[in-house]
Design a protein around this ligand. Structure first.
Ligand code: NAD
Length: 519
């Protein structure tokens, strides 16, 4: 049996979880209580494998958000005062429980999102790591700087901003939620979480784990529902001081507008159309592994996926031939089978969107070198796809497809590669393959992206800044960067009693004119 179980053990656990958890329906968690929506409405979540019914979910609205925001506000008054060592203890407890329940988390996540179990086991482990990492930073979260002058002791401190809204998307929802919630709690903020309507299941498990780990009631609240209702209400609520959002670029614009009246602080992690640039001097075997991994793992439903491969002219034909060969052998199928490499896409609407780009590629004159078809006749399975002969002005090179679909574009020299790489609205991540270190530096400096990996796929180191430029986002996560978002910095200036204050009103009595005296 592998670390990801066997297909049989995963299916057994899935059947058990359907009976024990999903059949009971999914509720909100507000003020430490599992509750239905006040209006009593629900929606259904489905299995991407066959689009059959998976669970009934409470549908939150503005009333539920209001209740959750009030609970978060009340809990904030005490959680903000809890010492860093205690916050560290609770966050480590959460990490322990995530590890203990990682099989359950991985299986539920696969069932709800269609992600292959081989990746969901490590996504659960990463969730625990996120909590551990921020647990250890909690005691120093309030620390500031000492900035003295001859006449003053200036020192700054950081204090939690207040209750925050966390709005997450459907791709790897468990891991992404922990990435946002762990630093917020470590900073002393309280949270109202609105997960994506297409993947509500694992957020419920996370709420349960945090409660069991001893997080005080109301510190974390969960409201399910749709973006236009529950999500919108959260971004507009006056008691919510900041919104951490991960999702599409257009939704980010809506949230900015919605939050304007209450002057919300916002942090946006948005879409990407990330280039991987392969120069002809690169280690091409390693580059091939990374290119294939970064577009086809996680069903290509990954913000940092390298969805455009820019290949130097002389190696273009051979390198695209090798990508196509590998793509053709990728195992598409049952997400609960550890042998599966690509599972079904999350939702039929997303499946239709991804499929629409196959027609688009043909119309634009690109070649479908591999894939470009669905797999089977039910569920949301597509073949890993490679488009060749593409130009950067084509839709398939400009728009985020967010599926296992790669667009290959040839380039001549370094300047050409940089112009193509930067010639999109997005700027999240970039990947470079070259053995010329000077060129790697030069190119990395010129590339318009928040994160660049040289001779590597995306390998995260949690203290490093994570985030994008251009239409890919605002702000950075990771390490101390997250605290800059979840906290207010306050400066305290203490006079040493040596400076002179300018004195006003100490001269002879002022002359008052007749007009001023009202005569
Ligand atoms: P989405 O924008 O459709 O939805 C994300 C969340 O926003 C959901 O919870 C949704 O209910 C909510 N929402 C929708 N409209 C809203 C509104 N008006 N007000 C408040 N909330 C609203 O995104 P998605 O389709 O769920 O996720 C995929 C997108 O997320 C892709 O574009 C992907 O690149 C992006 N993403 C980015 C990162 C990153 O780090 N940059 C990470 C993961 C995903």
């Amino acid at each position: 049996m592998t670390q990801s179980g066997t297909a049989q053990t995963n299916h057994d656990l899935a059947a058990q979880l359907r009976d024990s958890r999903l059949s009971k329906g999914i509720q909100h968690f507000i003020g430490g209580q599992w509750v239905n929506g006040q209006a009593g409405k629900t929606f259904d979540t489905h299995s991407p494998v066959d689009n059959g019914f998976l669970a009934k979910v409470a549908e939150g609205d503005a009333q539920d958000i209001d209740r959750a925001a009030k609970a978060a506000w009340e809990a904030f008054q005490t959680w903000r005062e809890v010492g860093g060592a205690e916050r560290r203890r609770v966050l480590h407890n959460i990490a322990n429980l995530i590890e203990k329940r990682s099989s359950e988390i991985a299986v539920l996540e696969s069932m709800d999102t269609g992600q292959a179990i081989r990746f969901m086991k490590s996504a659960a482990a990463r969730g625990a790591e996120n909590f551990r990492f921020y647990a250890d930073l909690a005691p120093s979260a309030n620390d500031g700087q000492s900035l003295p002058t001859p006449d003053f002791i200036n020192y700054s401190i950081r204090q939690p901003i207040g209750p925050v809204g966390v709005i997450t998307p459907w791709n790897t929802p468990f891991m992404l939620s922990t990435w946002k919630i762990a630093p917020a709690l470590a900073a002393g903020c309280t949270v109202v979480h609105k997960p994506a309507e297409w993947s509500p299941v694992s957020a419920t498990l996370l709420a349960e784990i945090m409660d069991e780990a001893g997080l005080p009631k109301g510190v974390h609240n969960l409201v399910h529902g749709f973006g236009e209702s529950a999500g919108k209400a959260l971004t507009e609520h006056p008691l919510i001081k900041a919104v951490a959002f991960v999702g599409e670029t257009t939704t980010g614009s809506h949230i900015m507008r919605q939050g304007a009246d209450t002057l919300k602080r916002v942090h946006f992690e948005l879409g990407g159309k990330n280039p991987v640039v392969v120069f002809d001097d690169a280690d091409l075997d390693k580059a091939l592994d990374a290119v294939v991994f970064m577009i086809y793992s996680l069903n290509g439903e990954r913000c940092t996926s390298s969805s455009r491969v820019l290949i130097q002219q002389g190696i273009y034909d051979e390198f695209t031939r090798r990508i196509a060969q590998r793509a053709a052998k990728i195992r598409v199928g049952d997400p609960l089978d550890p042998e599966t490499e690509v599972g079904p896409l999350v939702h039929p609407r997303h499946f239709d969107k991804v499929m629409s780009y196959f027609g688009c590629a043909r119309e634009e004159g690109a070649t479908i070198a591999e894939g470009g078809v669905r797999v089977g006749d039910k569920g949301n399975f597509v073949r890993p796809t490679l488009f060749t002969g593409a130009r950067n002005d084509m839709k398939i090179a400009q728009e985020e497809i967010f599926g296992p679909v790669l667009t290959a574009i040839p380039f001549g020299d370094e300047a050409d590669a940089l112009s193509i790489a930067n010639g999109v609205a997005y700027g999240l991540a970039g990947y470079l393959w070259t053995t010329d270190v000077t060129r790697a530096h030069r190119f990395a400096h010129g590339l318009e992206a928040g994160m660049i990996w040289v001779n590597s796929e995306n390998v995260r180191h949690l203290p490093t800044p994570f985030g994008g430029v251009k239409n890919s986002g605002i702000g950075r996560d990771g390490g101390d960067y997250s605290f800059e978002f979840y906290m207010e910095t306050k400066n305290i200036a203490i006079s040493l009693g040596t400076h002179k204050t300018a004195r006003l009103g100490v001269n002879a009595a002022p002359r008052v004119t007749k007009e001023e005296a009202g005569e």
